[in-house]
Design a protein around this ligand. Structure first.
Ligand code: AMP
Length: 216
């Protein structure tokens, strides 16, 4: 049985990616982000990338079949043997059931499901201020974690804004979360795995709460 199989859920813009990364560094396990994998497929203009572009642009969900396949492949890689942090997966009940099945088959199980909670009122500001370093993938926020320049990160790398991080799409992403992902809260609470973490505050404050919630 692995010691550190964790899941992050929470609305878009709650800070899942940033906090999952910090937790992974502390635990020495890989961060498995379906959103990052799908964005990479789009950047590479692969068949998969082309298939998912439209639904991502409008803030909908890619099919369960596609993301389950990605996660299955990713968790089979050697670096996931000692643990992983899933960020942005599962996002639907069928995905959660598929994950349960996969982990059972691998003889492992989820230890904690972190629910990063941020009120809707803060989300639009968080998301529209988000910028990502082109080469390092480092995530900044223009107000809460400002880069050295509005359009350049550390080392001078160019900063990009995700195409789905615009206000019109954020509204759809929040609706998608409420309809399809929020039911996972009860699903994991029933299993005794849910750890609620208040995602409001500085990055370090949130990390401290997170580490305490998962006992690291
Ligand atoms: P994220 O980076 O987690 O916000 O994901 C960006 C977008 O990728 C989402 O708005 C979805 O369109 C798609 N996506 C990421 N993860 C999943 C998933 N587990 N199921 C379905 N679609 C996903």
């Amino acid at each position: 049985m692995s010691q550190s199989d964790l899941i992050f859920i929470g609305p878009p813009g709650a800070g899942k990616g940033t906090q999952a990364k910090r937790l992974c560094e502390k635990l020495g396990v890989p961060q498995v982000s379906t959103g990052d994998m799908l964005r990479e497929a789009r950047a590479a203009e692969s068949e998969l990338g082309k298939r998912v572009a439209e639904v991502m642009e409008r803030g909908g969900l890619v099919s369960d079949e596609i993301v389950i396949g990605l996660v299955e492949e990713r968790l089979a890689r050697a670096d996931a043997a000692k643990g992983f942090v899933l960020d942005g997966f599962p996002r639907t009940i069928p995905q959660a059931e598929a994950l349960d099945k996969l982990l059972r088959r691998l003889g492992r199980s989820v230890k904690h499901v972190v629910l990063l909670e941020v009120p809707d009122a803060l989300i639009v500001e968080r998301i529209t201020g988000r910028r990502t370093g082109e080469t390092t993938g480092r995530i900044y926020h223009l107000k809460y974690d400002p880069p050295p320049f509005p359009d350049r990160g550390e080392g001078g790398e160019r900063l990009l804004q995700r195409s789905d991080d615009v206000e019109e799409t954020v509204v759809n992403r929040l609706a998608t979360y409420a309809a399809q992902t929020a039911p996972l809260v009860a699903y994991y609470a029933d299993k005794g795995l849910l750890r609620r973490v208040d995602g409001v505050g500085s990055l370090d404050e949130v990390s401290a709460r997170l580490f305490a919630a998962v006992g690291v």
